[in-house]
Design a protein around this ligand. Structure first.
Ligand code: UAG
Ligand code: ATP
Ligand code: API
Ligand code: MG
Length: 486
């Protein structure tokens, strides 16, 4: 695409009439620039992309988009906000790929990764080729690609959509984080369905208040728009048991489908019965009542399944086919994942890293535990500090043996993070062991027949970030080794 045509998409804010080179790619990292690239300068939290414009030009950048004039020997196009302009240009350069896909976005504090995988399975079973974007990876068909963020910035996102279009993907399922919504990473993405899981405390380091956090999540629904497109109707799938859904319903003209357990909903789970290996419930729907048996446990799992059923149902998949698929779902890596090395006590690795998810998962463990419950848990560094004492309190409330340890301390002092946790449990009995491997070994060495050990916070993660170094660390492998060494 020629530079004039590309910059034309920023009309009327930019009136560029200078040189008109062919633009071969758009990049915002000088290390990825090739001859013919347009380099976009983004002011980041760590560094300022404007400082890399010179290096980008040396690598062959044909033009630079910036927020101020720069002295480089290629055209510099100045805009007020390069991040916002990047979303417009990425969408245009890749020829509006999200419009060519059926896109389902999932937002909410907990359950996005799990729900996106359940939805992916339903669509795959229905014979579609799927794409998935989320915390664990980007997936196109069966191929996975590493990711840095749950929801990537607009340039990577639109490039990923384009790759999906090129590979004949029908439906793209993606997690939409609150950061992504607040930063505009998904600006321009044309969603067909927006799904809301729940809203509880997390990320207050960034959003400051729950109200601001809710506002960010609400953007997914307001961005569904206020028009009716009867050829390709849009749907919001909302959790009737979460009060934020009322606000989100007001933000969009899209058709609403609600799901729930406690409150009346279009899809409601009733007569729930749970064993240690699965859950059965009656699904009451506009199509009648059907019995559903899933291999997942915990009330939260029912919500994830209901949200997934809702997303698939509004997309035209039959309820019978949907139920057949969800009944086959075995769970998602690192979410309530059982580590079985032949020991006579249970070990569960789970990604609970918020107060609400920890409480949910511990409540579920409590429902089935015959004897003691050990909970090994830490809190991430450089993240919401106010959730630390709350998570410690929940661990002490539901577990008989709470063991506080490190999660990913990042730039913070691991002992100081544990001290923040301990503020929530003054006078209670707990053990603190900074080294996560030792904490897991401690729990495993003290477990007796019938006990349950929940290792929370890192789930599928295969690393631990301490300072600016990343070490190999997988709770499931560490637990298995500790069991074998016992
Ligand atoms: C606070 C935050 O969101 N930071 C994101 C941001 O990083 P940053 O602002 O530090 O970027 P930077 O390093 O200063 O770079 C600025 C610019 O200079 C460029 N650059 C930089 C270095 C260089 O040598 N050359 C160069 O051109 C960069 O490409 C960039 O364009 O832009 C990066 C690239 O898009 C993101 O990966 C990064 O996410 C970091 C890793 C992060 O931890 N983000 C968290 C807060 C986050 O977004 N989490 C959510 C939700 C998680 C969940 O609950 O599921 C998520 O969606 O992941
Ligand atoms: N619907 C739910 N409600 C509350 N807790 C949940 C729910 N689903 C899963 N959880 C708990 O939250 C943890 C994280 O789940 P999941 O990875 O699906 O959420 P997520 O929203 O993708 O999280 P993240 O934003 O960190 O990527 C699980 O390990 C489980 O303990
Ligand atoms: N997407 C979340 C993941 C947290 C996982 C936990 N292990 C931690 O490092 O705090 C975040 O970046 O806040
Ligand atoms: Mg996730």
């Amino acid at each position: 695409m020629k530079l004039h045509e590309l910059i034309g998409y920023l009309h009327p804010f930019v009136d560029y009439k200078g040189e008109n080179p062919e633009i071969t790619s758009i990049e915002n990292d000088n290390r990825r620039v090739n001859p013919g690239s347009l380099f976009i300068c983004i002011k980041g939290y760590t560094v300022d992309g404007h400082d890399f414009a010179g290096a980008a030009v040396r690598n062959g950048a044909a033009a630079v988009l910036a927020e101020r004039e720069l002295s480089v020997n290629v055209p510099v196009i100045v805009v007020k906000d390069t991040m916002r302009a990047m979303a417009v240009l990425a969408d245009a350069f890749y020829d509006q790929p999200s419009k060519k896909l059926y896109v389902i976005g999932i937002t909410g504090t907990n359950g996005k990764t799990t729900t996106s995988h359940i939805i992916e399975k339903i669509f795959k079973d229905a014979g579609q080729k799927t794409g998935l974007i989320g915390t664990m990876y980007t997936k196109i068909g069966e191929q996975t690609f590493d990711v840095k963020n749950t929801t990537p910035e607009s340039l990577t996102l639109q490039k990923t959509f384009k790759k999906m279009v090129d590979e004949q993907v029908d439906t793209a399922v993606m997690e939409v984080s609150s950061h992504a919504l607040a930063y505009g990473r998904v600006h321009g993405t044309d969603y067909n369905v927006a799904v809301f899981t729940n809203l509880t405390q997390d990320h207050l380091d960034y959003h400051k208040t729950m109200d601001e956090y809710k506002k960010a999540k609400g953007l997914l629904f307001s961005q569904l728009g206020n028009t009716f497109n009867h050829e390709a109707p849009k749907f919001a799938v909302l959790n009737a048991d979460d009060p934020a859904s009322k606000d989100f319903a007001m933000l969009t003209a899209a058709h609403l489908l609600t799901y729930g357990i406690d409150n009346y909903a279009d899809l409601q789970a009733m007569n729930i019965s749970m064993t240690a290996s699965g859950t059965t419930f009656d699904l009451v729907s506009p199509f009648g009542t059907m019995k559903v048996t899933i291999q997942l446990i915990g009330k939260f799992s029912i919500y994830n399944v209901l949200a997934s059923i809702g997303a698939a149902l509004v997309s035209g998949i039959s309820l019978e086919a949907i139920i057949k698929s969800v009944e086959l779902v075995k769970g998602v890596s690192g979410r309530f994942e059982v580590v079985d090395a032949g020991q006579d006590f249970s070990v569960i690795v789970d990604y609970a890293h918020t107060p609400d998810s920890l409480e949910n998962v511990l409540k579920t463990v409590q429902q089935f535990a015959q004897k003691r419950i050990f909970c090994v848990v830490g809190c991430g560094g450089d993240r919401d500090r106010t959730k630390r004492p709350l998570m410690a309190k929940i661990a002490c409330e539901y577990a008989t043996n709470a063991i506080f340890t490190s999660d990913n301390p990042r730039s913070e002092d691991p002992s100081a993070i544990i001290k923040d946790m301990e503020e929530g449990v003054k006078g209670e009995v707990y053990t603190s062991i900074v080294d996560r491997r030792e904490a897991i070994q401690h729990a495993i060495n003290h477990a007796e027949t019938g006990d349950v050990i929940l290792i929370a916070g890192k789930g599928h993660e295969t690393y631990q970030q301490i300072g600016d170094r990343t070490f190999d660390f997988d709770d499931r492998i560490v637990a298995r080794e500790a069991i074998e060494e016992r």
